[in-house]
Ligand binder design. Structure first.
Ligand code: FES
Ligand code: FES
Length: 202
């Protein structure tokens, strides 16, 4: 359902100007739920403090990243926590950004797919996915990159069952998954053989 339909505009404007804070934190004026308030706050995204200005406090982290901060790498596919295309790291834990409020990331570290490699570089996971043919429409790819990045930094030598389990929250409707698994194996081999591979530390 479009965001504009969920909360009437007049109600959002009525709540605007209240103190910054997390959604659900209460409302001193009474009657107006905290989630219709709008305000400016800061997030730490990919190591940089970013201002989110005059934002409705009910916006998802995914919306904030894409529409307010210009980080469109995280994709909006289901917006229901089902597909993993919006995966980001929140304090080092993979989450679906579509299910997290932007304001709930205040004070946390947010890492998006854009932050997984040095500016202009392609992380080794991304290169391996391309080389193995694990990218077709590409809509799922950023979520897989984040999930693989998270797994391999925790368990570099993860076996196939562990890889499948770690990627079970990421859906792909094009590749049949085999080439994605092949790409993960390629990254593992490359990192084991070269003590990092290009972009491995990202
Ligand atoms: S868009 Fe977030 S899980 Fe699908
Ligand atoms: S490449 Fe199209 S959904 Fe995965």
């Amino acid at each position: 359902m479009p965001r504009e339909e969920r909360v009437p505009r007049e109600e959002r404007e009525e709540g605007a100007g209240a103190s910054p804070g997390r959604a659900g934190a209460g409302d001193a004026s009474g009657g107006v739920p905290a989630y219709v308030q709008a305000d400016t706050y800061e997030l730490t995204v990919n190591g940089t403090r970013r201002a989110v200005e005059d934002a409705w406090l009910g916006e998802s982290l995914l919306f904030v990243l894409r529409e307010r901060l210009g980080l469109s790498g995280s994709k909006n596919a289901c917006e229901q926590g089902e597909c993993g295309s919006c995966s980001v790291l929140l304090d080092g834990v993979v989450v679906c950004a579509c299910l997290v409020l932007g304001v709930d990331a205040i004070g946390s570290r947010v890492e998006t797919v854009e932050g997984l490699s040095a500016a202009g570089d392609v992380a080794d996971i991304q290169a391996a996915l391309v080389d193995a043919g694990g990218v077709q429409c590409g809509f799922c790819t950023p979520g897989f990159v984040v999930a693989v990045h998270d797994l391999l930094r925790r368990v570099p030598g993860a076996d196939e069952m562990a890889v499948r389990e770690a990627l079970s929250g990421n859906l792909c409707r094009c590749t049949g998954y085999g080439r994605i698994l092949e790409a993960v194996r390629d990254v593992q081999r490359s990192r084991a053989g070269s003590d990092g591979g290009h972009g491995a530390g990202a």
